[in-house]
Design a protein around this ligand. Structure first.
Ligand code: ATP
Ligand code: MG
Length: 361
């Protein structure tokens, strides 16, 4: 069986370091591993419109931002099809048929959607498109016969829902769709990176992000303002590591060689944590270290972005080509789905022949 990747992001803003550790960094590694036969990375504009229907300009403007972030992190158009969701109507058609296989109560149980509904204060006025977006995500994943979905923890319920649709579809209409597996970050801190305010998730919609394209000065300021342990007032006070955002970010980003370069008094992160817990280590020192680590990681990304920003038509051309390749694949899957569902009337010569004979007889 072919190994195929599908994943993506909503163009609701520039991408942030949560995206980077949760999915983007891994995608680039997987792309460069050469182990995958096909890779599709989707800019989910249709999904972004499910809770931004009144703000199409925001979605439109952010397509290029997401594409620039992708390519500056190392996604390579020679190896990866980067495409725009709304340009592939086959995905909507699949969604329409999958809707028959999912109940309203099943959708209501989706924990990620529940949290997002609360976060957006939808209360009783939830757009139907938003409520059903897990079904549309199942279409995105299955249209490409994806075996692997590299994503953050919040996507687990979506991949579960997709698996259920695949089982249901295959059991009703015959073996057609491929069951995907989510590929989560191996590091706990990367599953759901908190915001700089310490809130559970760094998210474009919450405004608590360090963006990949932030200037070095913005990054530094944001790190200096980061939430730590509110009870760690004097340097001599013992500090807490749990829920301390600066340490969570170090868990996500720092490697032993960073200590050699920027903080040689400590051999590794465990030693730094132990000192903080004992007392005698100030927040500013830890934040400065995090700043050095993050600047080192982001510098090459920023430099590549600067170059790409000089040739926007090229970036759109990459998306156009990626979209054409993705459309071809989705159309093929849709044809198989329609054949399995027996709604391929005009292609089904057997049907026409059998019915002609019935009436002749
Ligand atoms: P929005 O607020 O518009 O939903 P978002 O910041 O949540 O935006 P998405 O486009 O919904 O970003 O998510 C894209 C991908 O990035 C998903 O795979 C998701 O799991 C991952 N991701 C997003 N935020 C984080 C985070 N804070 N930590 C780890 N992974 C994340
Ligand atoms: Mg999200």
């Amino acid at each position: 069986m072919k190994k195929i990747i599908l994943t993506g992001d909503r163009p609701t803003g520039r991408l942030h370091v949560g995206h980077y550790v949760g999915s983007l960094r891994r995608r680039v590694e997987l792309q460069n591993s050469g182990e995958y036969d096909e890779i599709y990375i989707m800019i989910a504009d249709a999904q972004a419109l499910t809770d931004n229907a009144d703000n199409p300009e925001k979605v439109r403007q952010n397509i290029i931002e997401v594409a620039l972030d992708y390519m500056s992190c190392g996604l390579d158009p020679e190896k990866t099809n980067m495409f725009i969701q709304s340009q592939i109507p086959e995905l909507c058609e699949l969604t329409c048929y999958y809707m028959n296989l999912v109940t309203v109560s099943r959708l209501q149980r989706n924990p990620t959607v529940k949290t997002e509904i609360k976060m957006r204060n939808f209360e009783t006025s939830i757009p139907v498109g938003f409520f059903t977006y897990p079904i549309s995500q199942a279409s995105d994943i299955t249209a490409f016969k994806a075996t692997t979905v590299p994503a953050g923890e919040d996507q687990m319920p979506m991949v579960e829902q997709t698996k259920e649709i695949v089982h249901k579809f295959n059991s009703v209409y015959g073996e057609t769709l491929t069951e995907p597996e989510i590929l989560l970050p191996t590091n706990q801190a990367c599953m759901r990176l908190p915001g700089i305010d310490g809130k559970a998730k760094m998210s474009k919609s919450l405004g608590n992000c360090i963006y990949l394209s932030d200037t070095p000065e913005d990054v530094r300021k944001k790190i200096m303002s980061m939430y730590t342990d509110p009870d760690h007032i004097q340097i001599s006070d013992p500090g807490k590591i749990e829920g301390n955002t600066v340490f969570t970010y170090l868990d996500a980003f720092c490697r032993p060689e960073h200590f050699e370069r920027y903080l040689p008094d400590y051999a590794n992160l465990d030693e730094l944590k132990a000192h903080y817990q004992r007392g005698g280590l100030g927040d500013v020192k830890v934040k400065k270290f995090l700043n050095s680590v993050l600047q080192e990681e982001l510098e090459p990304v920023r430099a590549r972005r600067k170059e790409l920003e000089q040739d926007i038509p090229y970036v759109y051309e990459v998306l156009r080509k990626g979209t054409a390749a993705a459309k071809e694949k989705a159309a093929q899957t849709l044809a198989e789905v329609k054949a399995a569902m027996k709604i391929n009337y005009f292609d089904d010569t057997e049907l026409i022949k059998a019915q002609s004979e019935k009436y002749k007889a």
